[in-house]
Ligand binder design. Structure first.
Ligand SMILES: [Zn+2]
Length: 96
């Protein structure tokens, strides 16, 4: 693999001129929070599938609600994970 010479970035295309304030905020279905934290789930890659014939731990980036910790199902779907939502959010319970 070779490094490509640095190309100037294309000037803003009209389709990318999205005004953030014109768009709907995504809020947590559970608590209505607007903020999300970056979090990871780990996938174990079997030695049979691994290029090094050793088990690999592969992090998959996700976002969880900064308020209640819930990972919205839509984020799970977009990450291509088939993890059950209940499983991910199992530990997130109100403890008073
Ligand atoms: Zn929440």
């Amino acid at each position: 693999m070779t490094l490509h010479p640095r190309k100037p970035l294309p000037s803003k295309s009209p389709s990318m001129q999205v005004k953030l304030s014109d768009n709907e905020d995504y809020t947590c279905e559970e608590c209505g929070n607007l903020l999300f934290r970056k979090t990871y789930t780990m996938k174990r890659v079997s030695p049979l599938l691994s290029p090094t014939q050793e088990e690999i731990m592969m992090p998959v980036e996700l976002f969880s609600c900064a308020g209640c910790g819930k990972v919205p199902e839509v984020f799970l779907q977009r990450s291509g994970l088939e993890v059950k939502e209940e499983k991910l959010n199992k530990e997130v319970q109100d403890e008073g």
